[in-house]
Write a protein that binds this ligand. Structure first.
Ligand SMILES: [Zn+2]
Length: 133
């Protein structure tokens, strides 16, 4: 922005010089273009500020929409929020993907990252009952 003001100032100085009078038309065009660029930059700055505010508001809304209560209990990550329909659900504490029930009534990571727990799914409800909301 400072450079455009410098260009405008130089243009005014040139206009005041006696020998530059023959280029007055071109100098006025330069001055007009510099003024136009300055105006466009001011509009872009205002737009950027609006977008920054809008982005910040969207981040706050996203954080509120995806907020979850997270607890770790007996090596199992338990989450409760909108994506779990407001109920506690077991997740892998290693990669945070949902846990699933194994064929031997154990829990393991749904994307098979290697995490496995000896916690029985039936124990999950008794774990949750110990949580204070
Ligand atoms: Zn995992």
């Amino acid at each position: 922005m400072g450079e455009i003001k410098d260009i405008a100032d130089l243009t005014i100085k040139l206009l005041q010089m006696k020998e530059a009078k023959q280029f007055a038309g071109e100098i006025l065009k330069i001055q007009s273009l510099a003024s136009s660029v300055q105006s466009q930059q001011a509009e872009m700055l205002e737009r950027d500020l609006r977008l920054i505010e809008e982005n910040s508001e969207l981040r706050r809304e996203l954080a509120a929409a995806t907020a979850e209560d997270v607890r770790i209990h007996c090596g199992v990550e338990l989450r409760k929020g909108k994506r779990t329909s407001g109920k506690w659900a077991a997740f892998c504490p290693k990669c945070h993907m949902p846990a699933t029930e194994g064929e031997y009534q154990d829990a393991f990571c749904s994307v098979d990252c290697g995490w496995r727990s000896g916690v029985l799914p039936s124990d999950l409800e008794s774990m949750v009952r110990t949580f204070k909301e």
